[in-house]
Design a protein around this ligand. Structure first.
Ligand SMILES: Cc1cc2nc3c(=O)[nH]c(=O)nc-3n(C[C@H](O)[C@H](O)[C@H](O)COP(=O)(O)OP(=O)(O)OC[C@H]3O[C@@H](n4cnc5c(N)ncnc54)[C@H](O)[C@@H]3O)c2cc1C
Length: 459
């Protein structure tokens, strides 16, 4: 008889593992609260324009992604970023500076002062920190690369990835590869050179060199295609309320469009956001519930705008720009969506996706959304040389957007591991474990699949 597993949450983490388990012969049920699958991967059409309201792209850091895409017969939908996507800008003193991508460009750039460039040269001579796992990104980068590099490279980069605050994010948990360059090799420059060789052997690609992908009809096509393969094994509008131990496994209680329902299963894979899982597993482990509840999820507004191309003075030759905190703007940065991927705007128009708020500026949302948008538009127009109002404007407000792997996160990670050992058959996954990017979620989903498969073969 096939093993039964209930997957909680129909975002990419839950669906990918559910799909592989189903193919392995498990009897899978996915419970998803919303009426559509995908979670953060949400794509809509606004007046004929494609607006990715969550992730706009992923990085092909692992062969798992292309294998999955091929398996789902999504090859024809898969698209890669245009060449221009490699050029990224950073705002400094109200001007956009291209992020230098080669040593000669680094020495020429006006993004960093001469003293910041000199400071960077000292990096190979700086020893390891004694703070180990408990360092913030700011502490780590300031020590190794200096204050200006922190302010004008890392601060905006962290905003672009986590919508996060480098003073609070843990370098060990949020950027484990960066941490490893120091702990394993003794420094970032030497570590980068050596790790490239090792990665080649494992057929992995670093985030710096990985190809950026999306889909012709937006990112949500990936979870939707998995869902169509799983068919009636997915229950939508299934709001999971609790999981408790029962005589013959675990009992899941959920609310299905007003009806209270129960399922008993030996195996449960939770991919619920941490703050939801915190309530769901309270009856089994109060301490786990406290750990999960204390993970910060700041709010983010994603703003989508289009303009006629001939009304934009800034040359559109890059991925977009990020804004360092020191520049004191109301938004974190903008992706030039229609420059990077095809099918992102109507002819003769350009589309942009802006990110607002995050851990840097959560208090902004005490203001009315229209006031915030007005402030952001004024700043965006000044930077881009735009003197007209957007022809299309749409936004998505995520009240709890992305989990922040803050200093001390290792305690949550260790407790989740302990919980899984003490409660055999329950697996905790999702973007609060092992990385927030779509690529990391897929890599981890495959690891979790292997873990569940191995576990089921032992019992
Ligand atoms: C605004 C934004 C922009 C991003 N940009 C990028 C990017 O450009 N590139 C990139 O790689 N990553 C990006 N990310 C991160 C990435 O998209 C997410 O980390 C990833 O999609 C998370 O997938 P998940 O399945 O782990 O979680 P989720 O997508 O959060 O899925 C969890 C699922 O659980 C469901 N659920 C919640 N409560 C219940 C309940 N009680 N019962 C049943 N189901 C429930 C939810 O509805 C959801 O479907 C972005 C994220 C956001 C929010």
């Amino acid at each position: 008889m096939s093993k039964k597993i209930v997957v909680l949450g129909g975002g990419i983490s839950g669906l990918a593992t559910a799909y592989w388990l189903h193919k392995e012969g498990f009897d899978v049920t996915v419970l998803e609260k919303n009426k559509e699958v995908g979670g953060a991967m949400e794509t809509v059409l606004v007046e004929g324009n494609l607006f990715d309201r969550g992730p706009n792209s992923g990085l092909e850091t692992t062969p798992v992604i292309s294998k999955l895409v091929k398996d789902l017969k999504l090859d024809k939908e898969l698209i890669y970023a245009n060449q221009e996507g490699n050029k990224r800008y950073i705002l400094r003193d109200n001007k956009l500076h291209a992020l230098p991508m080669s040593p000669p460009a680094f020495f020429k750039t006006k993004l960093f002062s001469a003293s910041a460039k000199m400071r960077l040269m000292l990096e190979p001579f700086i020893g390891r920190s004694k703070d180990g796992y408990y360092q913030s990104i700011s502490q780590f980068v300031k020590r190794r690369l200096g204050q200006e590099f922190l302010d004008y490279a890392i601060n905006p980069f962290v905003a672009g990835v986590y919508a996060g605050d480098p003073d609070r994010l843990s370098v060990y948990s949020a950027f484990p590869k960066l941490y490893e360059l120091e702990s394993k090799y003794g420094g970032l420059i030497i570590g980068t050179v050596r790790s490239i060789r090792e990665r080649k052997k494992r057929a992995e690609v670093s985030k710096n060199h990985a190809k950026m992908f999306s889909f012709r009809n937006g990112m949500q096509i990936l979870p939707k295609k998995i869902a169509s393969e799983l068919g009636e094994r997915i229950q939508i509008l299934a709001d999971v309320e609790s999981v408790v131990k029962s005589d013959n496994g675990y009992k899941i209680t959920y609310n299905n469009a007003g009806d209270r329902k129960e399922i008993v299963s030996d195996y449960i894979l939770s991919t619920l956001p941490a703050y939801v899982a915190s309530n769901v597993f309270k009856g089994i482990d109060v301490k786990l519930s406290e750990h999960l509840d204390s993970i910060e999820y700041p709010p983010v507004m994603v703003l989508y705008l289009t303009y006629p191309i001939d009304k934009i003075k800034q040359p559109l030759d890059g991925f977009g720009f990020l804004i360092p905190k020191k520049e004191k703007k109301s938004f974190l940065g903008a992706i030039w969506s229609s420059v990077i991927f095809e099918n992102r705007s109507t002819p003769k128009n350009a589309s942009f996706t802006l990110f607002v708020g995050g851990a840097r500026n959560p208090e902004l949302f005490s203001l009315d959304k229209e006031i915030i948008i007005k402030k952001v538009l004024n700043e965006f127009h000044e930077i881009m040389g735009i003197e007209v109002e957007p022809s299309v404007k749409s936004y998505r407000y995520w009240s709890k957007a992305i989990p922040q792997y803050n200093v001390g996160y290792i305690e949550h990670e260790r407790y989740c591991d302990k919980f899984e050992v003490e409660n055999p058959g329950i697996f905790l996954s999702g973007n609060y474990r092992g990385g927030i990017s779509v690529g990391d979620c897929l890599k981890n989903s495959e690891l979790v699949f292997e873990k569940i498969k191995n576990h089921s073969q032992k019992v």
